[in-house]
Design a protein around this ligand. Structure first.
Ligand SMILES: Cc1cc2nc3c(=O)[nH]c(=O)nc-3n(C[C@H](O)[C@H](O)[C@H](O)COP(=O)(O)O)c2cc1C
Ligand code: SF4
Length: 399
């Protein structure tokens, strides 16, 4: 039997195979974050497709931490009944689900949150949203830690099997970890330990409210790809070791950032036309020029986070590692698991195109994901359309 179909535990939770659905913003919730039938159905389908563990798309822990409209919300008790439906939909179909908790920090716009976005420091106007954020106060930082804790309680109440936190992707925790975004001189900045403090306190706060058998997994950045030094592999090794020391039940190895070059997060074709079409008129010319400079520079050749995962493995002992990014071929997935560089194979775009991919592999019907990395699915969510495989192009009616 292929190692891909052997069970493995995270914490006390047994995962029936090594396939994990990676966090995928669905753009399927109601505008303010409420549950929809479409969203429940998406996760029911993935569970039917035999995905061993599903990490949901990012859920906003705080009204000022929302990254986009139609993002699933977990920042209020009113969302619990809807989230319960999602968890039930997965469980009734034999799956397991971690809710992904995210605060966007500076990586959002005033159109989404109704005020100027805030990050660790008031520095650097970004080239995507053209925003120079304001700095969070110490009191606001404490409120954000509490919002993660409250959201984790809601996830438990809704029946999630565990929690997943993104400390990657350029969102708030990643901003605090990065010297490029964080020049604070207080307890939240100035040294590696201080920049790590937000993540540490969030992990500890969540552990207080999770049942001891429920897993907590953290997605980390191993290279931010910001124009100046951000999180690099050396710091990621520290972060991973510290997280293992805190007793997290899994670490997902990722890289890249949205604000400076989103292609570093997913690689493949640059969906210039699709993304530019979703932007306000005044942003289109600049975005077009920027995207043109990216074209052809991020082709997906290999799983780009594998070299970093091999290094992380050396510092985290037995903590399960989740590898994401560019995994497409069954033989290669098996090699990676057999060499011990990762314990779980995590995919995002392949499951958008083929929610039944795992089942097909199990039945011997395919050895390779069909996703062609055209990134039109990404273009779709920028246009406010629900996630789906749009490799033949976005529907004209939304133009
Ligand atoms: C449309 C789209 C939405 C994404 N949304 C999220 C998200 O909500 N949370 C997250 O951690 N990563 C998100 N990602 C990043 C993926 O989880 C993954 O790290 C990346 O796409 C590389 O994996 P892949 O090659 O299997 O697609 C998203 C990626 C895409 C393409
Ligand atoms: S649109 Fe479809 S084929 Fe293209 S990257 Fe997305 S899932 Fe893959």
């Amino acid at each position: 039997m292929s190692i891909l179909f052997t069970p493995r535990k995270i914490g006390a939770l047994v995962i029936k195979n090594r396939f994990v659905h990676s966090g995928t913003g669905e753009c399927m919730a109601a505008e303010a974050g409420g549950m929809t039938d479409m969203l429940v159905k998406r996760y029911q389908t993935l569970a039917k497709g035999e995905v061993g563990l599903i990490v949901t798309g990012y859920m906003s822990v705080h009204p000022l931490g929302r990254a986009m409209r139609h993002q699933t919300g977990i920042h209020s008790d009113e969302f619990i009944p809807g989230l319960e439906k999602l968890a039930r939909g997965v469980h009734e179909n034999g799956g397991r689900v971690l809710f992904q908790l995210v605060h966007a920090g500076r990586q959002t716009t005033s159109q989404v949150i109704g005020q100027k976005p805030a990050g660790p420091s008031a520095m650097r106007r970004d080239p995507t949203y053209l925003i120079k954020p304001r700095a969070l106060t110490g009191k606001e930082i404490r409120e954000i830690i509490q919002s993660y804790k409250d959201s984790a309680k809601r996830a438990v109440a809704a029946g999630a099997d565990g929690i997943h936190i993104s400390a990657a992707g350029g969102y708030l925790i990643n901003q605090f970890l990065s010297p490029y975004h964080n020049n604070r001189k207080d307890e939240w900045g100035g040294s590696s330990q201080n920049r790590f403090r937000l993540l540490k306190e969030i992990v500890l706060a969540i552990k207080e409210v999770q049942p001891s058998e429920a897993p907590l997994v953290v997605k980390i950045s191993t290279d931010d790809h910001t124009p100046g030094p951000g999180v690099t592999l050396n710091q990621a090794l520290e972060h991973a070791a510290w997280l293992a020391g805190l007793g997290v039940n899994g670490i997902e190895v990722a890289s890249g950032n949205l604000l400076y070059n989103h292609m570093t997060m997913w690689h493949g074709e640059v969906p210039t036309r699709e993304i530019v079409r979703g932007l306000p008129g005044w942003q289109k010319p600049l975005a077009w020029l920027k995207m043109k400079t990216m074209e052809g520079k991020h082709d997906l050749k290999n799983p780009w986070n594998l070299p970093a995962a091999r290094e992380i493995r050396k510092v985290v002992g037995d903590t399960p590692l989740f590898l994401v990014g560019g995994l497409r071929e069954v033989r290669q997935m098996e090699e990676i698991l057999n060499e011990g560089s990762a314990d779980f194979i995590q995919m995002c775009r392949p499951f958008i195109r083929e929610p039944f991919l795992v089942k097909k592999i199990q039945e011997g019907k395919t050895m390779k994901a069909a996703c062609i990395n055209c990134n039109r699915c990404l273009g779709a969510i920028v246009n406010g359309m629900p996630i789906a495989c749009y490799h033949k192009g976005l529907p004209k009616k939304t133009e």
